[in-house]
Write a protein that binds this ligand. Structure first.
Ligand SMILES: NC(=O)c1ccc[n+]([C@@H]2O[C@H](COP(=O)([O-])OP(=O)(O)OC[C@H]3O[C@@H](n4cnc5c(N)ncnc54)[C@H](OP(=O)(O)O)[C@@H]3O)[C@@H](O)[C@H]2O)c1
Length: 285
């Protein structure tokens, strides 16, 4: 039996971590890249992929015939946002269903309007207010309709330290005075440590869980609080982080994107809160 995992977006932040974790578990990996030159890694076969090309998606999956697919590849902005992020996952789901591959599809907390009081559960339906959110919501609907056995993972800000993720790099640049943006007091997220998420995704791939599952960090923080915490963790002055309310943003942004992870915790997934992780990696006392 083929034990290979296909990781789309292998050159991305989450994809790279997934490759590391899969290789540490001895799982053979086929990973995809789009515009970047992928790094040579033992046990990893790289394949180019353009999600706008349905025939290429089908050819890749029917040739590799992976045991599981973890679909992380996406685009957050135009051009071709809907084609890549919204429609592409439909092609992945169709080929996964045809070949019987286990499918884990990455979704996001920005599929919500952010107006709920309290954290969003798996039962909450998408109601996006941004173009990116609409594309991710379209992807969820396609994956669910085409391949109901797939798992759809809603997650939050993905962070890590080696290498540093782009959100943390941005907050630290603000704390160093290299950028002047303000961080929002009222935009709530559940930052998730990339290693916790990667491990949970590989465990999920080995399960038969169907449908939506929230996999995010156990602590809800505003962007402002998260920026201050990171500044502290990197020995910078948290008071250099300037805050604002998201109403000041020129474009609409969902405010409360907190995800309820009680189901994932009950299933045994390890999803630590940000302070717990910062202490564990020695960045907070
Ligand atoms: N990062 C977060 O905080 C966050 C939060 C919530 C949800 N998510 C979800 O988690 C997933 C991974 O996010 P990430 O931040 O790790 O992604 P990322 O670092 O931005 O990587 C995106 C990946 O998609 C590939 N890609 C771009 N355009 C493509 C195309 N047309 N065809 C095929 N592949 C293409 C890129 O390839 P090249 O680099 O080679 O061009 C790259 O490997 C996404 O589905 C995202 O929606 C992320």
């Amino acid at each position: 039996m083929n034990t290979t995992y296909l990781i789309t977006g292998g050159t991305g932040y989450l994809g790279s971590a997934l490759i590391r974790h899969a290789r540490a578990r001895g799982i053979p990996v086929v990973a995809t890249f789009h515009s970047q030159t992928p790094p040579a890694q033992p046990g990893v076969i790289w394949q180019p992929l353009d999600l706008r090309d349905p025939a290429a998606v089908t050819a890749l999956i029917t040739t590799v015939r992976p045991a599981a697919i973890i679909h992380t590849a996406f685009r957050q902005y135009e051009p071709d946002l809907m084609a890549i992020t919204g429609e592409g996952p439909g092609y992945i789901a169709t080929a996964a269903a045809q070949t019987g591959a286990r499918l884990i599809h990455m979704s996001s907390d920005v599929i919500f309007d952010g107006e709920k009081t309290g954290a969003y559960t798996e039962a909450d339906p998408p109601n996006p207010i941004t173009d990116y959110g609409r594309a991710k919501a379209r992807a969820e609907a396609l994956v669910q309709a085409i391949y109901p056995a797939a798992a759809i993972v809603r997650t939050s800000l993905i962070y890590g330290f080696d290498p540093l993720d782009r959100h943390s790099a941005f907050a630290l640049a603000v704390a160093r005075g290299e950028r002047t943006e303000k961080l929002f007091y009222d935009e709530l997220r559940c930052p998730v440590f990339v290693d916790d998420l990667a491990a949970a995704l590989l465990d999920l791939a080995q399960s038969d869980y169907r449908g939506v599952i929230n996999l995010a960090g156990a602590e809800t923080l505003s962007r402002y609080e998260w920026g201050r915490l990171l500044a502290q963790a990197y020995g910078l002055d948290p008071d250099r982080i300037a805050g604002a309310f998201s109403a000041e943003s020129p474009t609409p942004r969902p405010r409360n994107c907190a995800l309820d992870i009680s189901r994932a915790l009950a299933l045994g997934y390890r999803l630590r809160g940000a302070r717990e992780v910062l202490r564990a990696v020695g960045r907070l006392p």
